[in-house]
Design a protein around this ligand. Structure first.
Ligand SMILES: [Zn+2]
Length: 91
């Protein structure tokens, strides 16, 4: 599913960088991808510290299981949240 502004909303059946989204790890994620979280309730999208997460959980951590840990900074909702991957443009 594509969004305006180059943000991809990724579901478990989608692919990220040629990998199944539900199997992709931090190590698989290209450096120019930014990682945000989107609230399933209010739609708030906020940028996450990808490198911070990677340090905390390790490079071999799969991303999708972490969706359950996302919590909205705006409304506090903790269910139905998703990762959103952005392509940071490299010139
Ligand atoms: Zn929210």
């Amino acid at each position: 599913m594509r969004h305006r502004r180059g943000i991809d909303l990724v579901g478990a059946g989608d692919e990220i960088a040629g990998q199944k989204a539900n199997e992709v790890t931090f190590a698989d994620l290209p450096q120019w991808y930014s990682v945000s979280g989107k609230c399933g309730q209010c739609g708030e999208v906020s940028m996450l510290e990808r490198w911070e997460l990677q340090r905390r959980f390790g490079k071999s951590q799969q991303l999708m299981p972490l969706e359950r840990k996302l919590r909205c900074s705006r409304c506090g909702n903790g269910t139905g949240n998703h990762f959103v991957f952005g392509h940071v443009s490299r010139d």
